[in-house]
Design a protein around this ligand. Structure first.
Ligand code: SAH
Length: 215
């Protein structure tokens, strides 16, 4: 009988708390999102470890600490309209969907988008809207967004995306800075002026601009 969250999820949440995540709403969203559903079959035994894992199409599901830290940095509430670039497995989108009003997520690999769609349905997450395409241009028809999260590393400050951020909005994105990638947080003031802050160094797959992959 299923009597609540898997004890492995509770251990993961405790590990994330010890690693410095403190936002209880974010930790609760992680606790309610079974990461084993998002990782390939051969990696089930590692699904609740605090490490990134490979997914289809040569991509990666982020480390849970990074998912939590990025989500925390967004300071979400249930009125937020969020844009995510890089659906991947769908795990980050699923965590966001528990905290925000609606999540718009873009992925360039059709295979990954379709797999993620099945997972969202299984978890009855009905507030996620998907698109297959090049997310480096954002989602102009749906802009502006209250929050933007980029889960692939941009070569430089993602200005096209930041232009789709509402005044007062927050974005997080890994950005290549010399030999390292740094997780950047951007806050748009009331006039739309952007302030940047470097959070910590990370390792993401690259944000690849251009046509979507029909794979
Ligand atoms: N958020 C994901 C992590 C995905 S890894 C998760 O929780 O699993 C980064 C993803 O970004 C990959 O799936 C990659 O295909 C996608 N990606 C890279 N460049 C992109 C682009 N220009 N537009 C949309 N998706 C892109």
């Amino acid at each position: 009988m299923n009597t609540g969250p898997d004890t492995r999820i509770i251990q993961l949440v405790m590990a994330l708390r010890s690693a410095g995540l403190s936002d209880n709403a974010v930790l609760a969203a992680i606790e309610r999102t079974p990461r084993d559903l998002f990782v390939p079959e051969g990696f089930q035994d590692q699904a609740f470890e605090n490490r990134p894992l490979p997914i289809d199409c040569g991509q990666t599901i982020s480390q849970p600490f990074v998912v939590g830290a990025m989500t925390q940095a967004l300071e979400l509430d249930d009125r937020c309209k969020v844009l995510e670039i890089g659906t991947g497995s769908g795990y980050q989108a699923a965590v966001l969907a528990r905290l925000a009003r609606r999540v718009f997520t873009v992925e360039r690999y059709r295979t990954l988008a379709k797999e993620a769609e099945g997972r969202f349905a299984k978890l009855r997450l009905s507030n996620i809207v998907q698109r297959i395409g090049d997310g480096s241009v954002g989602w102009p028809e749906q802009a502006p967004f209250d929050r933007i999260i980029v889960t692939a590393a941009a070569a430089e400050r993602p200005d096209a995306l930041l232009a789709q951020l509402r005044p007062g909005g927050i974005a997080v994105a890994p950005v290549q800075r010399g030999p390292v990638q740094t997780l950047m947080r951007y806050v748009a003031d009331d006039k739309g002026q952007i302030c940047d802050e470097a959070l910590f160094d990370v390792r993401f797959v690259p944000l690849v601009a251009g046509a979507a992959k029909a794979l």
